[in-house]
Design a protein around this ligand. Structure first.
Ligand SMILES: Nc1ncnc2c1ncn2[C@@H]1O[C@H](COP(=O)(O)OP(=O)(O)O)[C@@H](O)[C@H]1O
Ligand SMILES: [Mg+2]
Length: 267
C-alpha cells in the first residue's frame, strides 16, 4: 500500500535570479507502508532537499506530495510534524541540551500536540515508561534520567534522539545522515539501533546515508539521486544482492555518467 507519494516534484532555489538552482527535477516516488529506503547520491544531488520537501522545511515549486491520500505540499512544517519525524546529522539538534533526558522525552511524547517547554512535567508513569524504553538501548541511559543531555556523548544523544523521534509513532521517519558525525564504531551502533527500531515497529523510513555499507546492509529498498533525479530505485531480492560495485555499475548505466570516486564516500 502506498503511504507516501511524490508526484512530479520540482524545487527551484532562487528562482528567476542569476543564481537559479533547479534542485529537484520531477521526482516520482511511491513509498509503501513499512518501506525502509536508503537514499544515496553525491554532494548536492538534492537528497536533503528531498527530505526537506517532505517535512515541509522546503516548499516545493511544482508537483504533489501525498501522505495517506491527502495532499500535504501546502501544509507548513509544524502541521506536518505531527505525522513526520526527523533526525539530522548534528547530534546537538535532536535534544534540548539544558533539559534532562526525561524532560526531553516528555516533550517528545507531545509531538503533534502543541509543544511547550512548560509542559515538560514528568509523571511517575512516564518515568517508568521512559526507563523501560531506554533500557533496551543498553547504554545505561535509564539510570541517568535526571542528567542534562549536554553531558551525553554524540552517540548517546543520537540514540536518544531516535527514541524521541519514534516515541509517538510517526507515519514517516526521515533520517538525514544521522550517523555521519559519529566515529565509525558509534555510527554502526546507532545504525543497528535504527534498524531495530525501524524494522521491529515497521516504521516507514527514508534514510540518507553516505555510508555505502549501511545503504547496502539496511533497508528493503535503495534509491539513488543524481542531479535532482532518481536514477536507481531497487527493492526486494535485487536490493538484498547489492554490492558496492553493482551500485557503481547501475549508476553508470542509468545516469550515463562515470562515477568518480569522491562523488560518494565509500566506507
Ligand atoms: N535552503 C536552500 N537555499 C538555497 N539553496 C539550497 C538550499 N538548500 C539546498 N540548496 C542547494 O540545493 C542543492 C542541493 O542541496 P542538498 O539537497 O543539500 O544536496 P545533498 O543533500 O544531496 O548534498 C545544492 O546546490 C544546495 O546549495
Ligand atoms: Mg544533504
Amino acid at each position: 500500500m502506498t503511504l507516501l507519494r511524490l508526484e512530479n516534484v520540482h524545487k527551484i532555489f532562487e528562482k528567476d535570479t542569476v543564481n537559479e538552482n533547479h534542485v529537484l527535477k520531477g521526482i516520482h516516488l511511491d513509498v509503501n507502508q513499512g518501506d525502509f529506503i536508503s537514499i544515496i547520491g553525491g554532494n548536492g544531488a538534492g537528497k536533503s532537499t528531498l527530505l526537506n520537501s517532505i517535512s515541509g522545511s522546503v516548499m516545493i515549486d511544482d508537483g504533489k506530495i501525498i501522505l495517506d491520500n491527502r495532499e500535504i505540499q501546502e501544509d507548513n512544517a509544524t502541521k506536518r510534524a505531527g505525522l513526520i519525524s526527523r533526525v539530522f546529522q548534528d547530534t546537538k539538534m535532536g535534544t534540548a541540551s539544558q533539559l534532562t533526558i526525561e524532560e526531553n522525552m516528555a516533550i517528545a511524547k507531545l509531538r503533534g500536540q502543541k509543544r511547550s517547554l512548560l509542559k515538560r512535567a514528568v509523571t511517575e508513569a512516564d518515568r517508568t515508561y521512559f526507563k523501560e524504553i531506554l533500557s533496551q538501548l543498553d547504554l545505561g541511559l535509564e539510570d541517568r534520567l535526571h542528567v542534562d543531555t549536554q553531558f551525553l556523548s554524540g552517540g548517546q544523544r543520537q540514540a536518544l534522539t531516535l527514541i524521541m523521534a519514534t516515541l509517538v509513532f510517526p507515519k514517516v521517519l526521515l533520517l538525514d545522515e544521522h550517523t555521519a558525525a559519529l566515529d565509525p564504531k558509534t555510527s554502526d551502533m546507532v545504525m543497528q539501533l535504527t534498524n531495530k527500531v525501524v524494522t521491529q515497529r515497521q516504521i516507514t523510513t527514508l534514510m540518507i546515508t553516505h555510508n555505502m555499507e549501511h545503504a547496502i546492509q539496511y533497508g528493503n529498498r535503495l534509491v539513488m539521486l543524481h542531479q535532482g533525479q532518481i536514477v536507481v530505485d531497487i527493492a526486494g531480492k535485487e536490493k538484498e544482492q547489492l554490492t558496492v560495485s553493482k551500485i557503481m555499475t547501475l549508476f553508470q548505466e542509468r545516469s550515463g555518467h562515470a562515477l568518480v570516486n569522491d562523488e560518494l564516500i565509500l566506507m
